[in-house]
Design a protein around this ligand. Structure first.
Ligand SMILES: [Zn+2]
Ligand SMILES: [Zn+2]
Length: 326
């Protein structure tokens, strides 16, 4: 199988032909049709996480078709499936038993501690794979697998308020904005000061307001979700939410959060992070995505140009999501 993998920290990915792993038990072998490029992939290749195994094959927004199934697999050859970030959990720790498998200390993650989808083939544990609603093409479905799924979990944990702020208007926010609108909420988009293209993109997707991240919203928000990996946004978002409002940090990595006055937190405001996803989140989100058309804005790159896709994401050269197509 052909993969693009990183063999040393911060080095470019290189193309390699590897033997296909054995397909046993719950495993399925999937012919990859599309794999989204997530900001987490940048944190992996840029060595910004506490531990990165190498060589590492990134990619956890994988869409493809099953071509071989192990004897206990829950999908059959021909099925179209998605492979998300959560790839395996222990099933027996206190978190797994409490329905919080996203916090399992033994969890393994696709494109990080498990081989990912920057490849023409992936072997995955079918118990963690998700069916893809028929209304989406392979390429359009890829960003749903993380940007959509994690975005959905962030929105759930932000509560039921009507006025939602989104800091950083990239792949996750462009999907969350559409879900929030579908739920009858009002989206306020905060973009890098001067990034008129991102502000226009947000308005096109129905944001009622779009402005620079250091500006206050027109009225206090019920909740804010921060997708940009910028800790300095946390105190700004706290100032933007009402008493009782929450600030949800959706990324796996963020720069340090500067100090702020207790008055900004006072009156029952909360700050929390969102880590990973559970299979229940996956099932719930795919059901939602099947009920209305989420328009994902994608930019296709051939698999061999994975480095270029990562560079373009790092530099903010496109709106929406990059997708690798083998
Ligand atoms: Zn566990
Ligand atoms: Zn991701």
């Amino acid at each position: 199988m052909r993969v693009m993998r990183q063999e040393a920290a911060r080095a470019p990915l290189v193309a390699r032909d590897l033997p296909v792993p054995a397909v046993t038990g719950h495993a399925v072998r999937i012919a990859v049709a599309a794999c989204g490029v997530c900001r987490t992939d940048l944190h992996v290749v840029d060595d910004e996480l506490p531990y990165v195994p190498r060589p590492v094959i990134p990619g956890h927004e994988v869409v493809g078709r099953v071509v071989e199934a192990g004897p206990e697999a829950r999908f059959a050859p021909g099925d179209r499936v998605g492979v998300p970030w959560l790839g395996w959990t222990c099933g027996s720790c206190e978190f797994c038993r409490a329905g919080l498998e996203n916090l399992c200390p033994e969890a393994r993650f696709t494109g990080y501690t498990l081989d990912g989808g920057y490849a023409d083939t992936i072997v995955a544990d079918s118990r963690y794979c998700l069916p893809i609603p028929a209304r989406y093409t392979d390429q359009a479905a890829a960003p749903l697998l993380c940007a959509g799924l994690i975005g959905h979990r962030c929105l759930k944990l932000a509560g039921d308020g009507r006025d939602i702020g989104l800091y950083g208007f990239g792949a996750a926010a462009h999907i969350v904005a559409q879900i929030a609108r579908f739920q009858g909420r009002r989206v306020h988009a905060f973009v890098r000061p001067g990034d008129d293209r991102a502000a226009g993109f947000a308005r096109d997707l129905g944001a009622v307001w779009a402005g620079p991240s250091d500006a206050p919203p027109p009225a206090p928000l019920d909740a804010a979700i921060i997708f940009a990996p910028v800790g300095a946004l946390v105190p700004l978002a706290l100032k933007a939410v009402k008493p009782g409002g929450s600030v949800v940090c959706g990324g796996i990595h963020m720069s340090d959060i500067p100090g702020f006055t207790y008055a900004d937190l006072w009156r029952e405001r909360t700050i929390r992070s969102v880590a990973n996803l559970t299979r229940a989140d996956g099932a719930e989100f795919m059901d939602l995505a099947g009920r209305f058309q989420i328009e994902t804005h994608t930019h296709a790159y051939p698999l061999a140009r994975a480095n270029e896709a990562l560079d373009d994401l790092r530099a903010g050269r496109f709106s929406g999501a990059a997708v690798l197509v083998p």
